[in-house]
Design a protein around this ligand. Structure first.
Ligand code: DAH
Length: 339
């Protein structure tokens, strides 16, 4: 009996010592101290002992039980602590690690400058209108005094959809659409996409953007055109730029001109940006041709107007110092991030 108790004690303690987790520890408790446990069985069997043996064995059994219970308790505390420590270790967060950086979206450089241009004209009382990208030959050419077989058609390599329907090659057809619907006074700008069958290179793209402008009222003169566009150029490029109007030809304006600004990089001395010219062309303009007015039901003896067309990519390239048009369409974040 005594040996049996000693065996239980030493094996039990060994088991407790090697138990790797709380579950294993509890299994040991059940094995020795549970209802059907080994020590419990010994205590139950004490009735068979002689009265002299009983207290001795009883005391021994109690000692064994106390020893096991104490060891169980100590190990339990230890294992619980270890489990908690492991959990904490697992869940540890290093708050000093750098976070995952998000790329914050920003406006495309073309849109940024378009917004600036729009703000300048809206500030001068213009309103914003739009026209369709897919246009009738009539609006894109005919009504703008560019009849069939007119040489100006050759310079605008047109994407035709049918004989009559095409992708607009310019935003000028919006002028006609506005004048057909609205009686003067008219003061609008019309930004939008235009299309020409051009091969892509540093300065050409089959899709680009223009901003059309139109003013029609009684007594509008070339002086109004010059004043308005000079203010525009100075607001966009800086008060210190000077402008010059160079005679030009467009079928839908008479007279026609191109507007140059003094190079804002070299101030007119000649540099890489202005290609040594000292001047940079930024738009075409002119007084609306009487034929165009008449075609839209506006009497050219009563009303006159001026119009202009700005190439958006061009002015953005010049304003931001970008020398390859393709960068605007490639959507390379490294490029877009710079603006
Ligand atoms: N539509 C012309 C082009 O694409 C640009 C232009 C020139 C528009 C003179 C105008 C203008 O309104 O008056 O080349």
């Amino acid at each position: 009996m005594k040996e049996k108790l000693e065996g239980i004690k030493s094996e039990g303690l060994k088991g407790i010592e090697t138990a790797a987790d709380l579950q294993a520890l509890d299994a040991i408790r059940v094995k020795y101290l549970g209802k059907k446990g080994e020590l419990t069985a010994v205590l139950r069997g004490m009735g068979a002992l002689s009265p002299e043996e009983r207290p001795i064995v009883g005391q021994m059994a109690n000692e064994v039980r106390n020893a096991l219970e104490e060891a169980l308790e100590a190990k339990k505390t230890y294992l619980a602590g270890a489990a908690k420590a492991a959990k904490l270790q697992n869940e540890k967060i290093d708050v000093t690690l750098p976070g995952a950086r998000q790329n914050i979206a920003r406006r495309h450089p073309l849109k940024q400058v378009l917004n600036e241009v729009t703000d300048i004209f809206v500030g001068m009382g213009f309103s914003l209108v739009e026209g369709p990208d897919i246009e009738l030959d009539y609006y894109n050419f005919e009504a703008l005094n560019i009849p069939k077989n007119h040489p100006a058609r050759d310079t605008q390599d047109t994407f035709y959809i049918t004989d009559n329907i095409l992708l607009r090659t310019q935003t000028s057809p919006v002028q006609v659409r506005v004048m057909e619907k609205q009686k003067p006074p008219i003061r609008i700008i019309a930004p939008g996409m235009v299309f020409r069958s051009d091969a892509v290179d540093a300065t050409h793209s089959p899709v680009f953007h223009q901003i059309e402008g139109l003013v029609v009222d009684k007594g509008v003169t070339m002086g109004d055109l010059k004043g308005t566009l000079e203010i525009f150029a100075k607001k966009l490029y800086g008060e210190d730029v000077t402008v010059r109007f160079r005679p030009h030809h467009f079928p839908f304006t008479e007279p026609s001109a191109e507007l140059d600004i003094s190079c804002f990089v070299c101030k007119g001395k000649g540099c890489r940006v202005c290609k040594g010219e000292g001047w940079i062309e930024i738009l075409g303009c002119g007084m609306v041709h009487p034929k165009v007015l008449r075609g839209c039901g506006i009497d050219p003896d009563v009303y006159s107007g001026f119009a202009f067309g700005i190439g958006l990519e061009r002015i953005v390239m010049r304003k931001l110092g970008v020398d390859d048009l393709r960068l605007f369409f490639e959507n390379d974040i490294r490029f877009l991030k710079q603006f």
